[in-house]
Design a protein around this ligand. Structure first.
Ligand code: HEM
Length: 467
């Protein structure tokens, strides 16, 4: 056992690293990963921040020794928005909430959720015209917000769900990262700042609609939508109780926020990669035509849409929306040859680890073939962790792994994508890594106009690849 420090990133002058960190944290941590290797340390004032990039160490932090860590204080910026939902809670409250929510994400629920995904994607598909220029990220956000709304609230609450989504849209728009930070800093000094007037109004509307929907679901027998499952969930292995309205509200906002931007961003990056690699796009079209023969995809098609899935997986490797997450050690923790003292921070970054050359040769290349079974067989566990790991692993993963490939299949079947702006750069202006908002793409229809708008059948399979 040793307590000496791991390497630190080079600094051109005192404070240079901090400046770079504030200006462009993604590039900074990538450089730190390159310079420091498996584990590095950055001193910020009296605080030590360790970046672990080796798969084995990531596993120690997120899974094997996770009991010695809690989520770092950075998550507190989310509390004014999410309250104490699954993402922001710790300890016994988190474990109880996880037990209560888990059944709603069981694989057997995916069939109903897949129907929502397909309905929403087909609706969007119908609204587009060939040659149209779109803002793909905005479109994908609208789509995934509708999907998460549909899975959460069910179809009989469509009017209320629409109101909630509208309010959520406004609310999330107001919740930029800086505003959330400001709210969190002020609350440390006992100042209750709930954002500007617009943010407060949007939040009031959102809360009121959510509470109305909770009331409705409480007065009905258990149904299939997520909210109904959560309202009726009983902690059978714990205190035998259910969730209060406040707790339900916090979880609903958490699911709305965690569940839409993440998937939207990966699908957009996947479209961008396909526009950049026309041959790959053609291969995708061929797979969709071969497997689906012109009919709409279903959940059962997913195992055979294996290139579609690999494209989604590869987009998540290069552009993991939750690109870094932090933990605070509550006691000394041994990671490899180093001891992280109590109170220090450990960061695990899918973005940095996913771009390590020893795990992913030519790491910056978009290559879905890396996910062929024979090529990924030797990958260590936790070399790829877009959904995190251990007890805090993303609860929405089964939904995301259905949703992403089904969106790619539904829209890819009908459209060919081209850039109408330069290829995107990633940005982290909000909570997640996402494409630069200047990205625009042009859609070209690749199916006959006679495509059945319900997406159910098509007589003739003739792909019209426009120039
Ligand atoms: C491709 C899409 C998604 C990605 C890449 C993703 C990624 C992640 C990651 C990395 C974490 C762990 C963060 C940490 O350990 O600090 C997480 C947690 C979580 N995610 Fe996702 N997520 C996705 C989609 C979803 C969806 C669709 C939902 C819900 C509808 C969701 C709900 C959650 C929740 C509630 C947590 C907290 C879990 C806990 O701490 O117990 N996510 N997600």
């Amino acid at each position: 056992m040793t307590t000496s420090l791991p390497p630190s990133p080079r600094s051109r002058f005192p404070g240079a690293n901090l400046l770079e960190l504030v200006r462009d944290s993604v590039s900074f941590y990538r450089r730190m990963g390159r310079e420091c290797g498996d584990i590095g340390v950055l001193s910020i004032g009296s605080r030590r921040v360790y970046l672990v990039t080796k798969a084995e160490y990531v596993q120690e932090v997120l899974a094997t020794q996770s009991r010695k860590f809690v989520k770092s204080s950075a998550y507190r910026v989310l509390e004014p928005v999410m309250g104490l939902g699954l993402i922001t809670s710790n300890g016994p409250l988190h474990l109880r909430q996880r037990r209560l929510c888990q059944p709603a994400f069981h694989r057997r629920r995916m069939e109903q959720y897949a129907e929502v995904v397909l309905r929403c994607a087909a609706n969007l598909d119908r609204e587009r015209r060939s040659g149209e220029t779109i803002d793909p990220y905005a479109e994908m956000c609208q789509l995934t917000l509708r999907i998460v709304g549909g899975t959460l609230f069910g179809s009989d609450l469509e009017r209320e769900a629409d109101e909630a989504l509208h309010a959520a849209d406004e609310f999330f728009e107001q919740c930029g990262m800086n505003r959330m930070r400001l709210t969190a800093v002020l609350s440390k000094f006992g100042v209750r700042y709930s954002g500007g007037r617009k943010m407060r109004d949007a939040r009031r509307r959102l809360d009121a609609t959510i509470y109305r929907m909770i009331d409705r679901r409480r007065s009905q027998p258990e149904g299939n939508d997520l909210l109904s499952l959560l309202v009726h969930a009983i902690d059978e292995d714990g205190d035998g109780g259910g969730m209060s309205d406040q707790q339900l509200r916090d979880e609903v906002i958490t699911f709305l926020l965690a569940g839409y931007e993440t998937t939207a961003s990966i699908v957009t990056f996947a479209w961008a990669a396909l526009a950049q690699h026309p041959v790959l796009q053609q291969k995708l079209h061929r797979e969709l035509d071969d497997v689906l023969g012109g009919r709409a995809p279903t959940l059962d098609d997913l195992p055979r849409l294996e290139l579609t899935r690999r494209i989604f997986q590869e987009a998540m490797r290069l552009y993991p929306p939750a690109w870094i997450f932090g933990r605070m050690a509550t006691e000394p923790v041994q990671i490899g040859p180093y001891v992280l003292p109590a109170g220090s921070r450990a960061l695990a970054s899918p973005y940095v680890t996913h771009r390590r050359e020893d795990y992913f040769p030519q790491p910056d290349a978009f290559d879905p073939d890396r996910w062929l079974p024979e090529r990924q067989a030797h990958l260590p566990e936790f070399a790829y962790f877009p959904f995190g790991g251990g007890v805090r692993r993303c609860i929405g993963e089964p939904l995301a792994m259905v949703e992403g490939p089904l969106i790619l299949a539904t829209l890819g079947q009908r459209w060919r994508m081209e850039f109408a702006s330069p290829p995107p750069r990633e940005t982290t202006k909000t909570l997640f890594l996402r494409p630069d908002p200047s990205l625009r793409m042009r859609l070209f229809s690749r199916t006959p106009a006679s495509f059945d708008s319900t997406g159910s059948q098509r007589n003739e399979l003739k792909c019209v690849l426009l120039p």
